[in-house]
Every structure is written in structure tokens, then in C-alpha cells.
Design a protein around this ligand. Structure first.
Ligand code: ZN
Length: 314
């Protein structure tokens, strides 16, 4: 009887121990599972981020080629008598739905405007020398933060006869296009920096990403109306050199992108960049100028208040 009860007690103890072990194992599993899951997810997220980065690079590459493809398409598809043309987005903003812009009757001469965005930078000086060499004047849409770094360059641009336009203070879409207040604060900053350096208010503006950028959460027409109230005209472009993408394009490609459609429009506003990461633009510039100057009935001019503005939005 005693032995039987001992056996029973020992079996019971074993069962209790097993149960205890099971409960402890379960508890461990419950604690460890989220830890391992978290670690796995961290790795997965890192991996996905890498994939996104590489996809972004591919997309940037494609964007840099986009103007070429689209222009080729536009040229072959456009009815010859149509005075309306397709325009292209900024490289650094991505592309969206094409808009059509009405172009006024063509003048006798093709007017070509070389525009340099995102500077000044250490390349601006070299660009100014090249422009001097060919005796042509261009337009520089400067970024406020870079004006603070290179105020003498800003002065130089003006003193050497070029037009100076504004291209925001920060060039950060998240700040400029967050809301109307964000845009106004950014505009006032760049406007006052230019005024402090040059002693005048520039009447020219170029939206980062162009007026057709898709990143803004504000109504672009409100921003345009605000600029109009400040007596400021904005200028997009109808020819993109393609130097705004993340990859560096070859000199040949830049020249081809910049000049192949000149003479297609009455007014050609060519988008180039004089930011510090664009050395090939400097290299391509002499050829771009030479090829344009060699075209019959074509002249290179700086943008002024009289220039027919090219707008991506209606
Ligand atoms: Zn820009």
C-alpha cells in the first residue's frame, strides 16, 4: 500500500516536472519568438532598403534617358503645324504627366536660353569663363544655401552680364512644398540673400523640380499666384540636358540632349546644372555653345522679364 502510494507520488512528481518544463519552454519560446522575429525583420528591412536604393538608382538612370526618348517620340509624332510642344520635368524630381504649353508665334530668330540650376558651386567660375570666351550670356537659378557659401560667385554672375534667378533657399522639397507657409518662408529667405549680395530683387524663379513636379502637397497655382504678387515670373524648360539625374552622363550625351531639339521651338530654354557634382556639364558646355552658335538664325540670350516664359503647367 505504502509502495503503491510512493510509486504514485513519484509518477505525479514526474508529471509535475514535465509540466513545469513544458511551461518553462513555452515561456521561453514566447519570449524568444518576438526577439528572433524582430531580428529577422530588422535584417529584412535592411535588405529591402538596399533593394529600394538600387531600384531608385535604376529609375534615376532611366529618368536621365527619358528626355531623349520622349523628345524623339514627340518629334516623330507631333503634327508639323502644331505650335504646342511637350515639355519635360526636372531630373531631380521625376516625371509626371506631360502638359502642353501654348507657344506664341515664332520670331525670326530662335532664341536659346542656357540655364544653370542648383549653384553656385566651385564649377560656376569655370562656366563663367567659358561663357565669356564665347561672349554669350546665360541665366543662373541659384540656391540660397549655395549663395551663402559662394557670395562672390553670385556677384560675379551679375557683374559678368548674366541673369540671376532664384531656385529656392534649401532645395528641399519636403520644406518648400510642405505647405504655403513653408514655400513663403523659403522664398523670402532666398530673396533676401540675393538682395543682400546683389542689392536687387531678382524677378526670376525656377521651382525645384519644375512647376510640374509631383512632390508638392500644395496647389502649384497658389505658389504661382504668390510669385506673381511679388512680381516674380517663373521659368521651366523645354530642353533638358539630362545632367540632373543621379548618374553622370557622358559629354556626348549631354551635348546631344542639349542641342538636338534646338530650332524645334521658337524659344528654347535648356536645363543644365552648375552644382558641384556635375563636372561633365562644364566639359560639355563649349561644344553645346559652338553647336548652337553654328545654327542659322539662332542666338543665345540671358532670360529677362521680356523672355517668353516656358511653363510646364497651364
Ligand atoms: Zn534644382
Amino acid at each position: 500500500m505504502n509502495e503503491g502510494s510512493n510509486q504514485y507520488a513519484s509518477k505525479r512528481k514526474k508529471r509535475v516536472n514535465r509540466l513545469k518544463k513544458t511551461i518553462i519552454s513555452l515561456a521561453f519560446a514566447l519570449i524568444l519568438l518576438p526577439i528572433f522575429t524582430s531580428i529577422y525583420l530588422v535584417f529584412k528591412v535592411t535588405d529591402l532598403n538596399r533593394t529600394i536604393d538600387s531600384l531608385q538608382d535604376t529609375v534615376d538612370e532611366l529618368y536621365s534617358l527619358y528626355p531623349v526618348i520622349e523628345r524623339a517620340k514627340a518629334v516623330s509624332e507631333a503634327p508639323k503645324v502644331n505650335s504646342e510642344k511637350e515639355f519635360f520635368d526636372d531630373q531631380d524630381a521625376g516625371f509626371n504627366t506631360m502638359e502642353y504649353v501654348h507657344e506664341p508665334a515664332r520670331d525670326k530668330k530662335h532664341k536659346v536660353y542656357l540655364t544653370f540650376d542648383d549653384g553656385p558651386s566651385l564649377y560656376t567660375d569655370e562656366i563663367l569663363d567659358i561663357l565669356d570666351e564665347y561672349e554669350v550670356e546665360a541665366t543662373f537659378f541659384v540656391v540660397g544655401t549655395n549663395c551663402e557659401k559662394y557670395p562672390d560667385m553670385v556677384k560675379d554672375i551679375v557683374e559678368r552680364g548674366h541673369s540671376l534667378g532664384m531656385h529656392s533657399y534649401s532645395h528641399k522639397y519636403s520644406e518648400i512644398y510642405s505647405d504655403m507657409d513653408g514655400f513663403v518662408a523659403d522664398f523670402e529667405k532666398v530673396d533676401s540673400i540675393v538682395y543682400d549680395i546683389c542689392g536687387f530683387h531678382s524677378g526670376l524663379y525656377r521651382f525645384p523640380g519644375g512647376s510640374s513636379n509631383t512632390v508638392n502637397s500644395v496647389n502649384m497655382n497658389d505658389l504661382v499666384t504668390y510669385l506673381k504678387g511679388k512680381d516674380v515670373e517663373y521659368y521651366d524648360w523645354n530642353i533638358s540636358s539630362g545632367d540632373g539625374g543621379s548618374g553622370v552622363l557622358s559629354v556626348e550625351r549631354l551635348v546631344k540632349n542639349s542641342v538636338s531639339d534646338v530650332e524645334e521651338y521658337g524659344t528654347d530654354i535648356i536645363l543644365l546644372h552648375d552644382s558641384y557634382e556635375k563636372p561633365s556639364t562644364v566639359e560639355a558646355l563649349p561644344q553645346i555653345i559652338e553647336k548652337i552658335l553654328a545654327m542659322e538664325d539662332t542666338e543665345i540670350l540671358p532670360i529677362t522679364a521680356e523672355t517668353v516664359a516656358v511653363h510646364h503647367i497651364k
